[in-house]
Design a protein around this ligand. Structure first.
Ligand SMILES: Nc1ncnc2c1ncn2[C@@H]1O[C@H](COP(=O)(O)OP(=O)(O)OP(=O)(O)O)[C@@H](O)[C@H]1O
Ligand SMILES: [Mg+2]
Length: 326
């Protein structure tokens, strides 16, 4: 398979008066054409900052301090303002976690969906209008031709989320970054959106980076998964193997605390404790204070992300010693 994106040692820090928040602290991964990667991990572990860095959307006091993000061989992090603007929306589209802040309240929905198509010379005015209405229908907005002329305040939260998704799909991007795209939606619409993304993937070979807390959605849609913990990568794996046999103790904890599995087992096992402060993360493995399998070395030395099988990497001393057990 052809490689689309290669991220190497990406570090994005926030320089605050009280210290440096190491939100993303050296993550690496690859994504092939037509592939989809789920990014998972608890709140605050750097998922959003990690993907926003790719299209240079991190604002001060945040700054990318290190790393490379090769998209079709070109480093996104080195691009100038104009160059990255050409990429955004056209080659790479993002569905934001918070649709309320990303729609312009003063422009009609129609204008907001057609504008990128016109701006990127993807379509002419009439064609763009027809495509926008088609997309609104595809994301499940009733009476799309009428809705086309309305403003964001006339839409519910879930509908705005769907409009954002229509906007992201408008120019048939080669990469869609979806930051919890379906959290605000009810289950039926959620399934509809996943279906739409799947069709996009099949028809146009789009790749998807999907941040989600929903293991069911991730397992259903994504080919592979990356688990993040406190700004670092804990584990990377093909999705089917991950679901069958998560390797990192944190991944197992994450899985045992999700609703899907909880429902099966009849109970949830939350991970004890809370994620560490990224101002001053613990020494050694950042997960060790919460890990039931921690050994002496875990508090002293940070484990490297090592390969334990094809497409499978884990940063954990237990896995390094004994391979991926359970
Ligand atoms: N503007 C900012 N200034 C300082 N710290 C920030 C800023 N934006 C994000 N951070 C910090 O960066 C870390 C990562 O944030 P991020 O939004 O990527 O988390 P996340 O994994 O997407 O969480 P969630 O699941 O809640 O969306 C957090 O600890 C957050 O406090
Ligand atoms: Mg987030």
């Amino acid at each position: 398979m052809e490689e689309l994106l290669r991220v190497t040692n990406l570090k994005t820090h926030f320089f605050r008066p009280d210290g440096v928040v190491r939100a993303v602290d050296g993550i690496s991964y690859t994504l092939n054409k037509g592939e989809s990667l789920a990014i998972m991990g608890e709140s605050g572990c750097g998922k959003s900052v990690g993907v926003m860095s790719l299209i240079q959307l991190v604002r001060k006091p945040g700054r990318i301090v290190e790393g490379q993000a090769l998209f079709e061989g070109r480093d996104l992090l080195k691009m100038g303002k104009e160059e990255i603007r050409q990429i955004r929306g056209h080659c790479i589209a993002m569905i934001f976690q918070d649709p309320m802040t990303s729609l312009n309240p003063t422009l009609t929905i129609g204008k907001q969906i057609t504008e990128p198509m016109l701006w990127h010379n993807y379509a002419g005015r009439q064609e763009a209008r027809e495509r926008a209405i088609k997309l609104l229908a595809a994301v499940g907005i009733p009476s799309p031709w009428q809705r086309f002329t309305e403003y964001p305040f006339q839409f519910s939260g879930g509908m705005k989320q769907r409009v954002m998704i229509a906007m992201a799909l408008a120019c048939e991007p080669r990469l869609i970054i979806a930051d919890e795209p379906t959290t605000a939606l009810d289950v039926t619409v959620q399934a509809q959106i996943i279906d739409l993304l799947r069709r996009m993937k099949e028809e146009t070979g789009t790749s998807v980076l999907m941040i989600t807390h929903d293991l069911g959605v991730a397992a259903d849609f994504c080919d592979k998964v990356m688990v993040m913990y406190a700004g670092r990568v804990a584990e990377q794996a093909p999705m089917d193997e991950f679901v069958e046999r998560p390797c990192h103790p944190y991944s197992r904890g994450l899985m045992n605390s999700t609703l899907d599995l909880g429902r099966l087992k009849g109970r949830l096992d939350p991970i004890p404790g809370a994620p560490p402060s990224l101002l001053n993360p613990p020494a050694g493995c950042r997960f060790h204070p919460r890990c039931s399998e921690a050994m002496a070395v875990c508090s002293e030395k940070e484990p490297e992300l090592v390969e334990v099988g094809p497409g499978r990497k884990v940063a954990c001393w237990t896995a390094e010693k004994e391979g991926c057990k359970n």
